[in-house]
Design a binder for this molecule. Structure first.
Ligand code: AOS
Ligand code: ZN
Ligand code: ZN
Ligand code: ZN
Length: 426
């Protein structure tokens, strides 16, 4: 399944006129208010988000899984699916692989396929939260934090293997997420678990190529329900600092206790030059991995407001690895990813509309009402014509969901692959 240029053109025909009207109206209004619309549109066109290889099949919970069929069962097919999303949105120009779920059998062929679809290899993810068939040691009681040296060594070696695999594909970052922790008080010594984790991460860090980054992901609970070794941004930052300059914190939006001020976390990490990457999703209760922007779109906007500020004011912070980490039971996974990309673009576009100079002045004048007006004025703008224009300029479609449906992509995939269903990740 590959979207042809002709199909893109065809799909845009019917909506081109109304898009143009809407865009001209908005662009005119924004220009009058001093915005450089061209620059905003080109920033939106440039913005690329990596699709996680584990989100292309229907997700599931421990209570069950319901398939959409036609799901990709090989890495090649996963890349083809991202190719579909990318052709329509022009925003999904990267993939984040999970090892061992996605070990390439033929590196040259996979690279060629990804190149042809304009897809880059973003951060590679290691997995020490499951036992692999034939493995000598078990991760039942932890991996990098384990009391048993042999287990730690196996987990360290796995991460080094992942770096080597990613290196062959042109990836430049390793994401480490650990399930390590405890389910009951007294099960673990907090200090020993933390120190073991630090020492293990340092060993992995030593194997990191010079132009690579190590991204340390945190999460407050699950699968362990009493304590998690890397529970929050503070633990992640301490571990990253303990490794060195190439180690950073990765923020997954679902990995916070309810009502955490994620925008503030993001902001301070950028100030310290230590924000390395993002896993976008949304949640109502915990690590729900719901569609980006489906529950708390205003919070997403506030996060993007800090990200835009950071990208403009914090040269000490490197370019971020933007990734989605979501998965679903009840939606076609590709439609869901398209909705997530749209929500990310929308939050980004609105954040670009915040008048930073006016905001600073209002802050200086302690004009609290004005500060809020500035943020909410940007948030309340319907920026969809800007996103449509950005997609159109880059060669994508005006309305990805309706194009996906009218091209009957899922039907085609089922025809090609049959009623394929595969188990995916977390
Ligand atoms: C787990 O909750 C995390 O979000 C990780 O990013 C994890 O490695 C990923 O979901 C792949 O399993
Ligand atoms: Zn994540
Ligand atoms: Zn998550
Ligand atoms: Zn998660």
């Amino acid at each position: 399944m590959k979207i042809q240029e002709q199909q893109v053109l065809e799909s845009n025909k019917s909506s081109l006129k109304s898009h143009k009207e809407n865009f001209d109206f908005l662009a005119n209004k924004l220009s009058k208010n001093g915005h450089d619309v061209k620059a905003i549109v080109s920033k939106l066109s440039d913005f690329q988000v990596a699709i996680p290889s584990w989100a292309l099949g229907a997700g599931g919970t421990r209570f069950g899984r319901f398939s959409f069929y036609g799901e990709p069962s090989t890495l090649e097919q996963k890349i083809e699916d991202i190719g579909v999303i990318h052709s329509l949105t022009q925003t999904a120009g990267a993939v984040s692989l999970h090892i061992p779920w996605d070990i390439p059998s033929d590196y040259a062929a996979i690279k060629e396929k990804a190149d042809a679809l304009n897809i880059k290899f973003d951060a590679v993810n290691s997995n020490t939260f499951q036992d692999q068939p034939g493995a000598a040691e078990t991760y039942k009681y932890g991996s990098l934090s384990n009391l048993d040296k042999a287990v730690r060594e196996q987990a360290i070696q796995h991460n080094i293997d992942v770096i080597n695999i990613g290196d062959k594909l042109g990836s430049k970052a390793l994401t480490v997420w650990l399930a390590d922790g405890s389910c009951f008080p007294g099960q673990n010594n907090f200090q020993t678990a933390f120190q073991n984790t630090q020492d293990s991460l340092i060993d992995i860090y030593k194997a990191l190529p010079d132009d690579w980054k190590m991204l340390v992901e945190y999460k407050p609970y699950e699968p362990n329900f009493y304590s998690t070794v890397i529970q929050d941004w503070g633990a992640s930052l301490m571990l990253a600092n303990g490794c060195g300059d190439k180690a950073y914190t990765l923020v997954d939006l679902g990995h916070h206790l309810p009502n955490s001020n994620i925008e503030q976390i993001v902001s301070i990490l950028q100030l310290k030059g230590k924000l390395g990457g993002f896993h976008f999703n949304d949640s109502k209760y915990g690590d729900d991995d719901l569609t980006v922007g489906s529950i708390k779109p205003y919070a997403l906007f506030l996060i993007f407001n800090e990200l835009v500020y950071g990208m403009q004011n914090n040269p000490q912070n490197p370019d971020l690895a933007w990734m989605i980490d979501a998965s679903h039971n009840v939606k076609d996974p590709l439609e869901d990813l398209i909705q997530s990309l749209e929500a990310i673009q929308e939050a980004y576009a609105k954040a670009l509309l915040v008048d930073q100079k006016a905001l600073k002045d209002a802050q200086l004048a302690h004009d609290v009402v004005k500060c809020q007006e500035i943020l909410q004025g940007a948030y309340r703008t319907d920026v969809r014509p800007l996103i449509e224009k950005a997609r159109l300029d880059a060669g994508g479609v005006i309305n990805p969901i309706s194009a996906y449906r009218s091209l009957d992509v899922r039907g085609q995939l089922i025809k090609e692959r049959g009623k394929n269903t595969v188990a995916t990740g977390l």
